[in-house]
Write a protein that binds this ligand. Structure first.
Ligand SMILES: *[C@@H]1O[C@H](CO)[C@@H](O)[C@H](O)[C@H]1NC(C)=O
Ligand SMILES: *[C@@H]1O[C@H](CO)[C@@H](O)[C@H](O)[C@H]1NC(C)=O
Ligand SMILES: *[C@@H]1O[C@H](CO)[C@@H](O)[C@H](O)[C@H]1NC(C)=O
Ligand SMILES: *[C@@H]1O[C@H](CO)[C@@H](O)[C@H](O)[C@H]1NC(C)=O
Ligand SMILES: *[C@@H]1O[C@H](CO)[C@@H](O)[C@H](O)[C@H]1NC(C)=O
Ligand SMILES: *[C@@H]1O[C@H](CO)[C@@H](O)[C@H](O)[C@H]1NC(C)=O
Ligand SMILES: *[C@@H]1O[C@H](CO)[C@@H](O)[C@H](O)[C@H]1NC(C)=O
Ligand SMILES: *[C@@H]1O[C@H](CO)[C@@H](O)[C@H](O)[C@H]1NC(C)=O
Length: 325
């Protein structure tokens, strides 16, 4: 008995003691990233060899992610300049040790997690009290976030790299410009390394950018027109700590096209009523919670259901796409 438990401990320690490089180089679908790591030791070591950063979870891009990047941009990732690479790698590095298996860390409502991307070109958020306490303090939680949607009930099987189980719902990671990539959860045996864990993403994450670019990319045409008419773009793009409840084109149409019919004052007030003075990620929202909008009216949260059936309303408006970063 004693002998057996000694053996088990020894096994666990050796899995934990491997470097990230050792861990990823054993996974065939990470061969491009392994080569990339080899060629960018300086970038990698800043993040992965620095114990002050631990524990971290790295989202390693699969070979498909490398191929897709090259197909989309016409440039191989290897040709991206070093400082851009560092930002990209920072955004794939989460400030927490997340197993993400089954009904694990991401829970039924998903999970917003800060990364190491702190450059204000991509990150002007301020850290709320709840997120700071959840992720090791204001400084550690200050980087731009990703949103993890867990595999839902029924998909509670773990997906392993070597023995993939199909059929369950797909876990995904949301990054900037509403982009979503699929997540393969790696089990402890393969995924643990000395600084934490890694999991696999099948596309590169997109660092978030200005509100203006994000709203236009989402083709919210009427909201774009309303913001043009009221001249509120600059305020929106320079304000920290705000959440925009962006009505889609159908919502504008259903409301009788206020973007063209209301006068500027009334339209500004309507937009300020849709702007909350704090960052409200969906996983932190609670039923009955109230916000005072920038127009001073009260916005009340209603939540029904759990897991993939969890639905959120702000007053009587239903959320159709949450956490556009
Ligand atoms: C990925 O690796 C394969 C071989 O494993 C290679 O043919 C391909 O060129 C690599 N792609 C990139 C973008 O590095
Ligand atoms: C953050 O703020 C800085 C300075 O105000 C600005 O230059 C930058 O574009 C902003 N970035 C985003 C993503 O909002
Ligand atoms: C994620 O998986 C779905 C279904 O398997 C697939 O259609 C989609 O293209 C994948 N996304 C990416 C970014 O590869
Ligand atoms: C990460 O969590 C696992 C347990 O889930 C633990 O064994 C491991 O030591 C942790 N790694 C770090 C660097 O904290
Ligand atoms: C808003 O203004 C920009 C810049 O002037 C313009 O390109 C865009 O088409 C306008 N949007 C709408 C919906 O009119
Ligand atoms: C703008 O419209 C509101 C009501 O929609 C009205 O009360 C207000 O007087 C109008 N302001 C101007 C300057 O026309
Ligand atoms: C952001 O908003 C939250 C909630 O209102 C507040 O507690 C926090 O202090 C704000 N952060 C900054 C930097 O203003
Ligand atoms: C909201 O109320 C504050 C004071 O409580 C005031 O300074 C501000 O002008 C009001 N905003 C609007 C849009 O009425």
């Amino acid at each position: 008995m004693l002998r057996l438990s000694t053996l088990l401990v020894a096994g666990a320690i050796s899995a934990n003691a491997q470097s990230l490089y050792d861990a990823i180089s054993k996974i065939p679908e990470l061969s491009n990233f392994t080569e990339f790591y080899n060629n960018n030791q300086a970038v990698a070591s800043v993040l992965f060899n620095n114990q002050a950063n631990y524990p971290i979870t790295f989202l390693a891009p699969s070979n498909k992610a490398f191929a897709d990047y090259q197909a989309r941009t016409g440039t191989p990732l290897a040709d991206v300049p070093a400082e851009k690479l560092l930002e990209l790698v920072q955004y794939h590095t989460l400030v927490s040790n997340l197993s993400l298996g089954g009904s694990g860390d991401a829970g039924a409502s998903g999970l917003t997690v800060p990364t190491f991307l702190t450059n204000t070109e991509f990150n002007n958020r301020s850290v709320g009290v709840s997120m700071a306490s959840k992720f090791g303090g204001t400084a550690r939680a200050s980087g731009q976030v990703v949103f993890i949607r867990s595999a839902e009930s029924g998909g509670s099987k773990k997906r392993f790299v070597l023995s993939r189980q199909e059929g369950g719902a797909q876990s995904s990671i949301r990054s900037g410009l509403s982009s979503n990539v699929n997540l393969t959860v790696v089990n402890d045996e393969q995924g643990l390394w000395v600084g934490g864990r890694f999991h696999i993403v099948d596309g590169l994450l997109t660092p978030p950018t200005l509100c203006k670019t994000t709203i236009r990319e989402a083709t919210l045409t009427n909201l774009d027109r309303a913001l043009n008419r009221t001249g509120l773009w600059d305020a929106l793009d320079t304000s920290k700590n705000v959440t925009c409840l962006g009505p889609n084109d159908k919502a504008f149409a259903d409301a009788g096209s206020p973007d063209s019919k209301l006068n500027q004052t009334a339209l500004s007030n309507a937009i300020l009523f849709h702007t909350l003075p704090e960052v409200a990620y969906s996983d932190y929202l609670e039923n009955g919670q109230e916000f005072k909008s920038l127009q001073n009216g009260t916005v009340r949260v209603k939540i029904e259901g759990t897991g993939k059936d969890r639905k959120i309303w702000f007053n009587n408006a239903k959320v159709v796409d949450a956490n556009v970063l």
